[in-house]
Design a protein around this ligand. Structure first.
Ligand SMILES: Cc1ncc(COP(=O)(O)O)c(C=O)c1O
Ligand SMILES: N[C@@H](CCOP(=O)(O)O)C(=O)O
Length: 466
């Protein structure tokens, strides 16, 4: 499978090259040249299979012949052996046709582990094959960073640098990034917000000299392999609920648009998905965009769902590309508008196509707290604030005769203060993380300035020195 950039001006790459490239050289995001197709019969044949079996079948066409099948299967098995639930991502029923898909049974208690555990193994394999090392950078609003640090800790071919907004992640999220003993991973607190961190990461990719010198690679969902791995749980959950013989809808707590774009990809591959519902917090840029057709940035507000405190929703670019009939020039113009004025208008045809598949709504801080409380009282289920946003929004779009799955993107113990305040219940950390808050921290604080960040990373990385 080849990969093309949403901006149409970067080289077409193979799977391994797109994996190591992260962001395309024209600033765009890589997508597969075509969507692999699964017939209803092929989907039906996956019923009753394990998560790992389904992952292997669904992901193999994206990888093609670049990795030997038995090697790829071993990576999948190893990646999902780190999960602490036999189903990897179990479904929990909370109403006649309402379900929660728990994506937080991995090592850092967030959905990011699903993709990151596989990504680390894929990258190791590609680097080993090339005899190379890489400098991996990532921006996090809390969860991507912890998952990346856990998945890459101690790996010999990568030095990892995670930028997080100083003081704007939960204490548990911060400790998951700052308490590792592994020498190849570095947590960097940036004086700014998540969008600043993400802009710094993109600026490093767009600085060709720096990019080449340190052999830069990325672990955010700008990297196609992150999205790819997330497609699998749409297949496993839809199959468990009767797919392909009935449609299943999904509500997804959304920030960077990676998780819900994976649902869109699954639909494009033939999985019969009904609605894809975007659920946002008070940073509701995506809900406003679907309503007005205008993507318009405002200042970011700190909420109890910090991982979704985002204005620049990177993967929306992938959706624009797909729904505009892969109009790379149109995407370039939209992204230039966003850079210059913080906004762009969506073409009427593109907006219509987006509205065909997607719905969107937001939850206020009050509604999030109320949902945590009522979900516990009515269904006996303790949700984290991000999941609660999904549950609140899902209610608006549920239909009695068809299943609605809300993605549970984090364990409540990652956000104890908000959960305790809303429900009166203290969501304790699992035993294996019991001493997290006592472990010594190690991190550097940096200005929101590309030169300082590049100098810092350039001085520490071991990639590009041989
Ligand atoms: C707990 C949690 N929920 C939801 C999201 C939003 O996911 P996405 O950025 O893929 O839209 C994030 C961050 O990505 C997250 O960490
Ligand atoms: N919410 C994310 C933000 C980064 O998203 P990504 O999926 O693009 O890595 C986080 O928790 O870091």
């Amino acid at each position: 499978m080849d990969y093309i950039s949403t901006r149409g001006e970067a080289p077409v790459l193979s799977f391994s090259d797109a994996l190591l490239a992260g962001l395309a050289r024209d600033g765009g995001l890589y997508v597969p040249r075509e969507w692999p197709q699964f017939t209803k019969r092929e989907i039906r044949a996956l019923r009753g299979k394990s998560y790992q079996d389904i992952a292997f079948t669904v992901l193999s066409p994206f990888v093609g012949d670049e990795i030997a099948p038995e090697k790829f299967r071993a990576m999948i098995d190893e990646a999902y052996a780190t999960f602490r639930h036999p189903a990897v991502v179990p479904l929990v029923q909370t109403g006649p046709n309402s379900f929660i898909l728990e994506l937080f049974h991995g090592t850092t208690l967030a959905f990011k582990d699903v993709a990151m555990q596989l990504l680390a193994r894929l990258m190791d394999h590609a680097l080993e094959k090339n005899g190379a090392r890489a400098t991996i950078v990532g921006a996090t609003s809390g969860d991507t960073g912890g998952a990346a640090i856990d998945a890459f800790a101690g790996r010999s071919r990568t030095d990892v640098f995670i930028l997080f907004p100083e003081g704007k992640v939960s204490p548990v999220q911060q400790r998951q990034m700052t308490t590792t003993a592994a020498e190849n991973v570095h947590a960097l607190a940036v004086k700014g917000n998540f969008d600043d961190c993400q802009n710094l990461v993109k600026a490093m990719f767009n600085d060709g000299a720096f990019r080449d010198r340190v052999r830069l690679s990325g672990v955010n969902s700008i990297n196609w392999a992150r999205i790819m791995a997330q497609i699998v749980y749409y297949f496993t959950s839809a199959l468990a609920l009767g797919a392909p013989d009935r449609k299943v809808s999904y509500t997804v707590p959304t920030g960077n648009f990676g998780d819900i774009f994976a649902g869109y990809a699954a639909k494009r591959m033939g999985l019969p998905i009904g609605r894809l519902v975007i659920a946002t917090n008070e940073n509701d840029i995506l809900a406003r965009t679907l309503r007005t057709g205008r993507y318009e940035m405002k200042s970011v507000k700190a909420t109890t769902s910090p991982s979704m405190d985002i204005q620049i929703s990177s993967n929306f670019e992938r959706l624009l590309f797909e729904t505009s009939g892969r109009d790379a020039a149109g995407v370039r113009a939209a992204m230039a508008g966003l850079k210059q004025s913080g906004s762009f208008e969506i073409e009427p045809g593109t907006l219509k196509a987006i509205r065909r598949d997607f719905r969107a709504a937001r939850a206020s801080e009050k509604q999030v707290a109320e949902t945590i409380r009522t979900t516990l009282a009515d269904a006996g289920y303790l949700a984290d604030p991000h999941t609660a946003i999904g549950l609140f929004v899902a209610k608006k779009f549920e239909k009695p005769d068809s299943p609605m799955v809300t993605l549970s993107t984090a364990h409540p113990a990652k956000f104890p203060a908000a959960v305790r305040k809303a429900s009166g219940v203290d969501p304790g950390l699992p035993v294996w993380l019991g001493d997290l808050m006592e472990r010594p921290e190690r991190f550097d604080i940096l200005d929101n300035d590309i030169r300082s960040v590049e100098t810092h990373i350039g001085g520490l990385t071991r990639a590009g020195r041989n």
